[in-house]
Design a protein around this ligand. Structure first.
Ligand code: NDP
Length: 336
């Protein structure tokens, strides 16, 4: 079928794009500019006939999706584009997330009557309750919502604003479904921190992607100490990408919010311990307190049974995910 993939040049989207093309789909990707399209063509040279691009320089602009939605009878839309960068703050984080989501749903309702489902890359950001901190004993499920207010989003730290941008964007999507009753349905995937090898175009490991940079910084010799952990959950980008495909292939995934998280908990200390098992980088990774991967009192967990039931995903372990990430980043460094 014909698929629209927004933010096609992103870290998560490049993995989704690879899977879509491998599975024989024709894809239109939205990117901000022609140079980003060229970079993607260079990554997928053998799929030129199955891949084209539409330019949407800023997803918060009203009507920005109309042209691309009118251009092609899409079967499915995968909406990944959303600002995830410390370069943006305040309404520059909030507006593209929220208006981008509302805008694409509106355009599809108006001009995209072939679209059967919209899969939205949400975030665990919209479930987490930051004020509860480690919250030992808590098991997060799809029932949980981040209680952040718009006021807090405007006045809080970058993390608070980013988490809120994803929360309000997702709320806007469900509200749209409720009030507008479109012919298509929606699936929202809510991944926590995403780890894994990079498949997108990277010209500098310093500004590849926010979550990738967390791993790169832990293994490039720049950290003397192991950073404090605030978020305790992770998922591998390859599992998340597959979840996007399964989310439109599986009928039962329609109108569902689905938590996609890897097994066990993430912490920087656990990551450091795993990375220090890799001989080439052992001396570059801070040692910290190897015996204290998690606070003594424990931390919250997540229940992924819904994703396993509806999508049938088998999640990669953190060891696999991190070792693959490290090997990949070392290879990228060598190439650059
Ligand atoms: P990237 O920064 O790599 O990708 C984000 C994409 O969105 C890029 O294509 C970017 O374009 C595009 N984009 C952002 N703002 C705008 C805008 N105003 N106008 C047009 N395009 C825009 O991030 P990820 O791949 O990590 O994130 C993808 C999705 O996954 C996002 O929705 C994010 O919230 C979600 N997510 C990511 C997590 C993670 O740990 N990585 C965790 C949980 C959810 P450009 O590159 O040109 O700026």
């Amino acid at each position: 079928g014909k698929i629209l993939l927004t933010g096609a040049n992103g870290f998560v989207a490049a993995h989704i794009l690879g899977l879509l093309l491998e599975r024989g789909h024709s894809v239109v990707g939205t990117v901000r500019s022609e140079s980003k399209a060229d970079q993607l063509y260079s990554l997928f040279p053998s799929y030129k006939n199955f891949l084209s691009f539409a330019y949407v320089p800023n997803i918060e602009v009203p009507g920005c999706w109309d042209e691309v939605i009118k251009s092609t009878p899409f079967d499915y839309v995968l909406h990944t584009a959303s600002p995830y960068s410390s370069a943006f703050s305040g309404t520059d984080l909030l507006d593209p997330a929220i208006e981008g989501t509302k805008g694409i749903l509106k355009a599809i309702k108006q001009y995209g009557n072939t679209v059967k489902r919209v899969v939205i890359t949400g975030s665990f950001a919209s479930s987490i309750n930051l004020a509860k901190g480690d919250w030992p004993g808590k098991v997060y499920t799809e029932e949980d919502w981040n209680p952040v207010t718009y006021e807090e989003a405007l006045t809080g730290s970058w993390a608070v604003t980013y988490l809120a941008s994803k929360t309000f964007a997702e709320k806007a999507a469900w509200e749209f479904l409720e009030t507008e009753k479109p012919d298509f349905d929606i699936t929202v995937l809510t991944p926590p921190m995403v780890l894994g090898p990079v498949a997108h175009y990277v010209d500098s490991l310093e500004n590849s992607n926010e979550s990738t940079k967390l791993i790169w910084d832990l293994m490039n010799g720049s950290k003397e100490t192991v950073p404090a952990t605030i978020f305790w959950l992770y998922v591998d980008v390859r599992d998340l990408a597959l979840a996007h495909i399964l989310a439109f292939e599986k009928q039962e995934a329609g109108n569902q919010r689905i938590l996609v998280t890897g097994p066990g908990n993430w912490s920087f200390q656990k990551a450091a311990n795993i990375l220090r098992e890799i001989p080439e980088i052992r001396h570059l990774v801070p040692e910290g307190n190897p015996d204290e991967e998690f606070p003594k009192g424990g931390v919250h967990k997540s229940d992924v049974s819904k994703s396993v039931r509806l999508l049938g995903i088998e999640y990669r372990s953190m060891e696999t995910s991190l070792v693959d990430t490290a090997r990949n980043l070392l290879a990228v460094e060598k190439r650059l």
